[in-house]
Structure formats: structure tokens, C-alpha cells
Write a protein that binds this ligand. Structure first.
Ligand code: BEZ
Ligand code: FE
Length: 303
């Protein structure tokens, strides 16, 4: 193995991986080698540019710690996270589309009773959220676990407020016997993803903005079904058509209905402006589960 040129170097590297015992690892490294060599031949970097690439990735790693994951942010802003999501969630009819998890999910949010107010002093106009969790064929999933988290009316998550020492605008609920849940919150705002690191440098250098449209995150789980990680987007928000992480899907855009005073669905007398939203979430049966066998038995035969 010697005397490689701009073309033969690729085959030499491919040959070096031929004895990789794990076939999947061999497939991945082979494809990576082909694509990355083609990429380098395409851009023909100078030494200075290649050093800048290495430096960018080094700084990206150095920013990461247990609270900040700059590589995931890079994957999000390059559309890779949503591409992996699309490949892994080819969702059947009747199920809710998925989107990115994002960095602001926190394990161990308080389990609250249905109807609780999760705002705990965070800013924003009152928002009444009600929903239902069902199977693809519409069967209510009693007892489904619903994790919610969101920003406030100024676009901040609790974890971005060093002065706060307790969680807010996040909670875990259990659906009732009809698969229904409801809670009070505030109407979230659009907000910028963290842009004080290498991802921010990339966005600035490419004249991109760092914003995401206003949304509420949901993670919904029930035995026998795939966990559903998704958002509901405010139909009136800015940035629905240019989310910096490419996470918007039409089916997840909902009206946050405007209301003025009156009585809320839970009987609460309202004074001033508030909002309400309602959504039915459909879960996909987990592969190999009883729910999956029932769903495939009920599915119309392929033509
Ligand atoms: C979020 O919605 O919380 C989020 C998603 C991806 C990157 C940054 C933030
Ligand atoms: Fe978010």
C-alpha cells in the first residue's frame, strides 16, 4: 500500500476496513469514507481551511458538558436530527408526527394532577391545554404518561434562568380513563436556540437567524406503543416557515385560540385575555407488541 494519488487513496482506505468484523460498522465506515473523500475532492480545501474545520469541531467538543451539547445543536441546525427522525419515524396513518427532542428536556419534572397550573410565576398570557391520547385506530390510551415542557411568553425556559431554583413550565401528567388530559400554562413565545458557541458562529457566518417558532414540547408514553416526542406549534408564531432546526410539520401547527374573559372549560372564571388549544395525539404500536399485532390484523390488505 503506497504511492496513492487523489483517486486511489479512497480504495486503499476502503480496503483497510474490509476485515471489520461487525458488518454494520463496516458498512458505515465504507460509506463515510466514500462520501468524505468525494466531499474533499469537491471542495479542494487549502491547509488553512482544513485546519479551520478541525478547529471548529474541536471548539464544538470543548463547549460540551453535561448541560450543553453543541454537537446535537450542530446536528439540529444542519437538518441531520430531523433527517434521522424522518428515517426512524415513518408513521402510519392515525399517528402523530414527531419532531426534535431539543436540549431543554429535564428528567424528573414534577408529576402533577390533571388541571394543574405549570406556570409558577413565569411570564405570559394564560393558556388552557387539553388533549387526548389514542391509538392509531382511535382507542383511548388510559393512563398514558404525558411530559410537557415549554418556554415562557418571553422565550425563556426555566433552565435558562439562573435565579430560579425550582422547575417551571414543565410537568408530567397521567391521562384519565378516556385518555384525556388538561392543564394550565402560559402562551409560549418564539425564541433563539443557544447561539453563543460554534453553532452561533456558523449561523452568523451564513446569515441565518437562530430562532424557533413558539411551541410546546410533548413526550407521550404508554405500554405497547412507541414513545412519541413532538411539539405543538402556535399557528400565529413567527418563524414557522424558517425554523432554524427544520422541525415544523403542518400537522403540528395548531390554533392557540384567543379568548377574552368568560369561563374556561374547567369552570374557572377568567378575567382578561387567555388562550386555549386542543389536540388528539395518536401513538404508533411498538414493534412486536400486542398493539402492533392488532393494528396489522386490522390494516387493509395491500393491493
Ligand atoms: C427546543 O425546541 O427546545 C430546541 C430544539 C433544538 C435545538 C434547540 C432547542
Ligand atoms: Fe423548545
Amino acid at each position: 500500500m503506497r504511492d496513492f494519488d487523489e483517486q486511489t487513496i479512497t480504495q486503499a482506505v476502503l480496503t483497510s476496513f474490509e476485515n471489520t468484523p461487525d458488518p454494520r460498522l463496516r458498512q458505515i465506515l465504507t460509506s463515510l469514507t466514500r462520501h468524505i473523500h468525494d466531499f474533499v475532492r469537491d471542495i479542494e480545501p487549502s491547509f488553512a481551511e482544513w485546519r479551520d474545520c478541525v478547529d471548529f469541531l474541536t471548539r464544538t467538543g470543548q463547549i460540551c458538558d453535561e448541560k450543553r451539547q453543541e454537537f446535537i445543536l450542530l446536528s439540529d441546525t444542519l437538518g441531520i436530527s430531523m433527517l434521522v427522525d424522518a428515517i426512524n419515524h415513518r408513521m402510519p396513518e392515525g399517528t402523530t408526527e414527531t419532531t426534535v427532542l431539543g436540549p431543554f428536556f429535564v428528567v424528573g419534572a414534577p408529576a402533577l394532577p390533571l388541571g394543574a397550573d405549570i406556570s409558577d410565576g413565569m411570564s405570559g398570557e394564560p393558556l388552557y391545554v387539553e388533549g387526548k391520547v389514542v391509538s392509531a385506530s382511535g382507542i383511548p390510551l388510559a393512563g398514558a404518561t404525558i411530559d410537557v415542557w415549554q418556554s415562557d411568553g418571553e422565550g425563556f425556559y426555566d433552565v435558562q434562568m439562573p435565579e430560579r431554583d425550582n422547575m417551571a413550565l414543565r410537568a408530567q401528567f397521567s391521562a384519565d380513563a378516556d385518555g384525556r388530559f388538561h392543564f394550565w400554562s402560559v402562551r409560549p413565545s418564539f425564541y433563539p436556540i443557544p447561539y453563543d458557541g460554534t453553532v452561533g458562529d456558523m449561523l452568523k457566518a451564513t446569515s441565518r437567524h437562530p430562532n424557533r417558532p413558539a411551541h410546546i414540547h410533548f413526550m407521550i408514553r404508554h405500554d405497547g406503543y412507541e414513545p412519541l416526542v413532538t411539539h405543538l406549534f402556535d399557528a400565529e408564531s413567527l418563524y414557522l416557515d424558517n425554523d432554524t432546526v427544520f422541525g415544523v410539520k403542518d400537522s403540528l401547527i395548531v390554533p392557540f385560540e384567543h379568548k377574552s374573559s368568560g369561563t374556561a372549560p374547567d369552570g374557572k372564571a377568567m378575567d382578561g385575555s387567555w388562550h386555549a388549544l386542543n389536540y388528539a395525539f395518536g401513538l404508533k404500536p411498538a414493534a412486536g407488541s400486542v398493539a402492533a399485532s392488532v393494528a396489522s390484523a386490522l390494516a387493509p390488505a395491500a393491493a
